[in-house]
Each structure stands twice: as C-alpha cells, then as structure tokens.
Design a binder for this molecule. Sequence first.
Ligand SMILES: [Zn+2]
Ligand SMILES: [Zn+2]
Length: 706
Amino acid sequence: MKIAVYAVRYKGKWNLRLSVDIRVDMTWWLRQGKDQGNAVERWVLLGDELPLSWGVSLCGRFRGLAEMERWGDRQWWAYILSQLKNELVLESSNGERILSGGVENICIWDRQQGWISRTKHGNEGRETIGTVRSIQNRKLATGVDGLDMEGLTGQANELTHLLAGRQLLVPEAEALLAEAAPDLEHTWRSAAQLAYLQGRLSFAAGLAPAPRARWSAARRHELRCNRCGSGKVHRTSCASCGRKACAYCETCLTLGRSRECSLLLRGTAKPAMPRTAEAALAENLDRWGLSPAQRAAAEVALSFLAAPPRRVRKCSRPEGQWQRARELFRRSMRVRQELGAAAAHGSTLAGYKQSSPRSGECAWGVAGRQLPDSAFERFLLWAVTGAGKTEMMFPLLQHVLERGGTALVATPRRDVVLELAPRLAVAFPQVSMVTLYGGSAERWQRGQLTLATTHQLLRYRQAFDLVVIDEIDAFPYHNDPMLAFATQAVCKQEGKFIFLSATPPRPLQKEAARGQLPHAKVPVRFHRHPLPVPIRLGTASVHHWLQKDQLPASFIQHLYISIQRGAQVFLFVTRISHIQGLVKLLIRQLPDIPIAGTSSQDEERTAKVRLFRATEIRVLVTTTILERGVTVPRSDVYILDADSSLFDEASLVQMAGRAGRSKDDPCGNVIFISPQWTSGQKRAIKQIKRMNALARKKGYLKLTKH
Ligand SMILES: [Zn+2]
Ligand SMILES: [Zn+2]
C-alpha cells in the first residue's frame, strides 16, 4: 500500500512520521489545543502517497538536522531523493513515476507563517493542494475540520484493545474487526492513526531490510519478513504500491501475503500478570491426581513459574536479535542441503519441506543461550514417552490462569490440538479458551487460554504470560531459528516458556546438564514400569534384503515370537520406497497374518492406524510419520536400518517409546536391526537406561519383576 510521510519539529526536535490518514495528523499537530499547536514549530508533508516500504525506510534513516528548520520545499525534495537513492535505483525509470508530483507534493507549515508561500508560484492557496488532493483521493467525506476527535478517541481505544498482543496485516486486522467491531471495519484507518500518534499502535512493513551487524557479510538489500522472520522472498510488480520489484515472503504465504509494502499493525504488549510472593503451591497439585514422579516435576516447574522474573530484559524488541538468528538460519539451511531429502513427516508451512530433527543446530537452544541479554526464561520438562505430560501441564496452566494471566499451549500438530482442546475445556471450565489451527472458526476470538498450532502464533506479539511448547523437538521450526524466533515474540517481556519433550534436542540437553537451563525430569511412565530397553540384531540392510528377495532368519524368528505373544508389530523403515517390497516379503513369510504398510503419502493412513489399533492389522510397516503420537497397547517395535543417518537419537527413542505403553503390557520388545552399531543407537539406549536408572533411584518404579 501507499502511505503519507511527514516531518514534524516539536519541542525543538525533528521527527518523521507515517500516516494512513493525514487528516488525523493535521488535526493532532496543527489544530489541537493552543498548547499543542504552539509546541509544533514546523510541519512538512514529504509525500502523501509513497510506497509504504519507502516511508518505513525514510523513518528508519531519519536524523534531525539543525538546518532543516530553514529548508524550503526544494531542499526537502532533494533530501528525499538522496535518502531513497537505493530504492530508486532498483526501480530505474519507474521511480520517478511513483514519486509523481515531485516537489509539488511537499507542503510546509510553520508556526509563525502558517502555510509557507512557495516563491515560484506566489499563491498561498496552492501549497495545501497536495494535502487536499490526498484527502480527496481517499474518498473521505470530511476534511480536516470535519473530524470528530471525541468519537475517534473512543474508536482508537477500542482498536487498541482489540489489537493488544497482536501483530496483523491489514486484511487480517479487517477480518478481525468485521467479527469483533463491525463499525470499525471500514473506518479503522483514522482510529489506527490516532492510536499510532498516541503511541499505542506501531506500524511496520511486512518485509524490511534485515539490520546489518558490522561483522556480517550480508548483502545490502537482504530482506526479512517481519511476521515470520524468513528471508525467503520473491519479487513481483505490485499494484498496491506501484513498484516493479515489491518483494513478498514465501514462507508465511498460507497466512496471507506479507509484502514489502504491506502494513503490519502491531498492538501494545498486554500488561504482565501480577506476581506475588507465595509459598503454598503444593495444594494446587492435589486436584490433578498426579503420580509421585509427575508431581515432583510439576512442583519444580511451579516454583519456576512463581519466581519473580530474573530481571527486565535490556532489549524489549525481539527485532534486535534478527542478525544472530539469520546467521543461524543460513547455517541450518546449509546443513539441511547437505542432508538432502529424508523420509517425510514435514512441516505444513509452504516452502519448508521436511525438516527432520537431526542437524545439530537447535533454534530454541541457541537463540536462548547465545542471546543472554534478551533470553526469555525457559524451563524444560523432560518427560519420557508415556509419562503423561499433558496432566503435568494442567497445574502450570492453573497457576497462571488463576492469577489472571494468559497462557498459550503451542503444539506442532493439528490432531494434538483437537485432542487436547476438550481435555483443557474440562480441566478449566471457567476459563475462556480459543482453539487455533488452519481453518479454525475461532481465529479472531480472544481467550485467557489459547491452544494453537505453530504458525497461528505469527499473529501474536507479546501476548502471553506463559508459553508452553509441546514436543519442542517435533516443531516444524526445529531447525529454523528465524521461525523459532518469531515464535518467541509471542511471549510477554516478563513471560516464561516451558518446553515439553521426551527427547529434547541435544543443545537443550547440554544446557540442562550444565545447569544453564532449569529443568525437571520425569523418568518413568505413568504406569510406573521401566521403559523397554532396545536390543540389537545385526543383519544386512533392508536394501540388501529386497535385492536378495529374502528376509533374514534371525529377524523372522523374533517376528514369530512377537506374533505368538499377541503383540502388535511396528516395523519402522527409513524409506517410503522400501515399504511395498517389504510388505510383499512379509506376506510371503507370514501368509496368515494381516500385514500393511503406510507412510505420509498414504491417503488411507488414518484408517490403517485405526485397523492396527483394533488388531485387524497385526504388522504395520511405516516411516517416522508414526514415531510419535500413536499409542497402541501391547506393541513390539522393530527399527530396520537403525544405523541410518535418517534415524537420530531422538527418533530412535521416540520409536522405541511406542512399546510397553499400556499397564497390561508394560514391557514390550524393542529391536534395533542394523548392519552397523552406530553412536545414535548407543546414545538412544543410553538415554533410555539412564532414565530407568533415575526412576529406580528415586523410587518411582513399581516393585515387580521384569
Ligand atoms: Zn513471512
Ligand atoms: Zn508493493
């Protein structure tokens, strides 16, 4: 879109301002009470219809100079041309067309002289033409004098309230208003402009040049998305701002196009939840019926929540950290390219295909660790698979909600949102709750408790006192620092993060081990039996089996045992292309047993998982798509090619975690089948054994023999 830009000298200081309704600014600066009017010394309209990105650039570069007080329209015009030099080069001859009207657009008002005559024309009336035209162009019925400032103040209050804790592009804001305040839907510009002047709303461009640190070799015109943080942009000619090369973000396209010239409205942060010193936290826990291990961990997490914020962060604006985040982003992209395509359980964000949680860099850990000045306070709840982490979340949410705070539970998967929503509604019947996922009808509602999938978070900004990130290692953002970073923006300055995971990314594990990350471990499942420890079976690779058209005898023997004991068999493979061949070989070997294969590309996946749960399928060959979230009683788990680089420690632990989930069959079998004995397999087994040892030491295990 296009926007008006003006400079104002107020109480001896120059400022540059943007405007979506110049009438409001003229009333604010020039026609308000005597005191205000007297304090404004000079007011200069630089352009009434500049591409928004140029207006934002002008503001970013503006430095007031003493001689500006004496500048006439020509000096201001020359100033604009010099400041927009780089932008105009990109547009070649088109730039002049965009700045049509040129020096004529500049209107100067002075406290002593009023509208300053332009010597060339010598006609006093002429100088306001630019402004008058601007008003007419926008088809606004009333002029400067017709503004009802009292009514507008009310509307600005309403808008400020609705946009608090939000960051929205104009179409999103209009959709919100259509639902929440229909009378504002078409007149929001005036209200927004007043709120902007009052400092209760800020304007940003959808995309803006990434700030360049001294040490960075970043190119000059590198852009990043102010909403999602991605640097993946595409340029097209744009009807909205008239430029030939207006860029938009490819990453968050599913939420509507974020352009260089899109106006991003950023509301104020919501006030922080009041914190009081309190001791009696333990009784809060009673109502949730937690096991001793769950309770112990929840108590540690609660004291983390109740502690006063460590200190006020120096950097209140997360933008200050983009530089570092961008560098991490590049690095992770490189790692991803090196890894190539992997088995699919991909992100739903356009432009980001499969990002499997294995390359070394973890956005959450690094962003927090290496930016101590602005790091949010984080807590890791490390609960083994089947520990019942949802139940542990309840007392933490209760703590915040009871104190009038706002809480967000973010989860990478829509099915988890749908499954969790009714449980939360039952746990907190008095609390207003909003459930957000792609296509959710509650998109513009607000509640004290918000349950959302990942990219719904991009519409919030400094909105929550508590942000719970479920399955942090499974987030599409896992290897994407920029997006992880954008997600961090949803937390209030004094808010806190809780990460839930059965398999935290290594950087977080290391931080926890070093004592840099407060954490609690839940080393035992809710049924209080130890985790099944994988055993290893050395065979050739699956590829080799398929070539030979034969399954190894040792593998078959184990399979027979599983089938005979009545277990449901998960067979995890690395490649979708292996599934069909393997199913064929298995059917030949076990002709009486119902066997099926499924993957991310299988439309009947949900149905097959249901049949598997109902024991109508006994052996299910699958990829990591089912490594988490699927709980089937009485399961045995076989991980084929367990030495593959496509299975890292976390995936191996997650897949192993499918076994022994029910209390009727708490010790299922887990078998790693591979030609090589790799460090990934060793670490996974070590992690499982360590958790069992911890559970034993703490006395959490049931005293039965396994
Ligand atoms: Zn974006
Ligand atoms: Zn544009």
